[in-house]
Write a protein that binds this ligand. Structure first.
Ligand code: ZN
Length: 327
């Protein structure tokens, strides 16, 4: 990957490229962003560029021995740390610390999930950051930077990755996952602007069948034809699904598309234009809005609390069907 392959985040890219050109890259860079936002990709590109002695502008040359070693994953001056188990421990830093002080060529230490360093590991890193040896760069990646020592954060030049537009996500998916435009369009709207999440969805073999199942259940609930016993059975089956959250998100999108179709008749606003939402045609918009609110509340509950999934699903399905029946 090169700078040229990255999407959007213009300000951050230009700042890093300018620093590479001027030779003023900070000896400690902190890249923050949610899981799946691309922190590791950005960190690796910066590391690769810092290590290449023959850069073309800000891009690594891809031809020198340093670039070849980096591509093979065996660069002797590239150190990668990530949690072993739950945390990054001081022993992991001790193992490589001696190499940080080799004079001469640049050395880069990329720390993935730096916010999971133990207190001892943080203190050890801080000591190095207080008097950094010439040519040594740290790139720290963190989801929760507030969990890092403030004394470490204050020594870093900080960059924050923003969510990408659906168009950028769709183009990443078409280039890197080789999926068709229709599927890329659905995923790009569902992935909250996070390329890592989008690529994971693209590789998920259950993606298409989940869309079909969610639409089928959505249509049946809207027709109000599930008997109480069937509702309880469905709730049990759904509560045991590992992919319950993405399933509910798809159910949400099904009703959302139904509402958009009803109110705006605008294909461009649909998340999944190939989905048949004709079963929702006879419903009043307020019934669909109520269904969306119920689903939203349930998703929020699942994310923030330890609810009894089976009971929550029973409640959700009963209420959904009731809203539609009396709409
Ligand atoms: Zn090179």
């Amino acid at each position: 990957m090169l700078w040229a392959h990255l999407h959007e985040q213009e300000q951050m890219r230009l700042a890093l490229q300018a620093d590479l050109l001027a030779g003023t890259v900070s000896h400690a860079v902190l890249i923050t962003g949610p899981s799946g936002s691309g922190k590791r990709t950005w960190g690796k590109i910066l590391a690769h560029a810092l290590l290449c002695p023959d850069r073309r502008g800000a891009e690594p040359c891809l031809e020198c021995s340093s670039c070849r070693l980096f591509a093979s994953g065996n660069h002797p001056h590239f150190f990668y740390l990530e949690p072993k188990g739950q945390t990054i421990k001081i022993e992991q830093i001790r193992e490589i610390r001696g190499k940080f002080f080799f004079e001469g060529d640049p050395r880069v230490c990329l720390i993935h999930q730096a916010d999971r360093m133990t207190a001892e590991a943080c203190s050890s890193l801080l000591k190095i950051l207080e008097e950094p040896p010439e040519g040594l760069y740290f790139i720290l990646l963190a989801e929760q930077p507030h969990q890092l020592y403030s004394t470490i954060v204050s020594r870093c030049r900080r960059y924050s990755l923003q969510p990408l537009s659906p168009a950028a996500i769709a183009s990443i998916l078409e280039q890197r996952a080789g999926i068709d435009r229709a599927k890329a369009s659905i995923i790009s709207r569902m992935s909250k602007g996070l390329p890592g999440v989008a690529l994971e969805m693209a590789e998920d073999p259950g993606f298409e069948s989940r869309i079909r199942e969610a639409s089928r259940l959505g249509a049946r609930l809207s027709a109000g034809d599930l008997r109480p016993r069937e509702i309880l059975e469905q709730a049990l089956v759904l509560s045991e699904r590992e992919d319950l959250m993405p399933f509910l998100e798809m159910l949400f999108l099904y009703y959302r598309d139904g509402l958009v179709q009803k109110l705006c008749h605008n294909e461009a606003l649909l998340v999944n234009p190939s989905q048949d939402v004709s079963a929702l045609e006879k419903l009043e918009p307020h019934a669909l809005v109520a269904a969306l609110e119920l689903l939203h509340a349930t998703l929020k509950e699942f994310k923030s609390t330890n609810v009894n999934r089976r009971l929550a699903m029973e409640g959700l399905l009963i209420q959904l069907q009731r809203r539609f029946r009396y709409a």
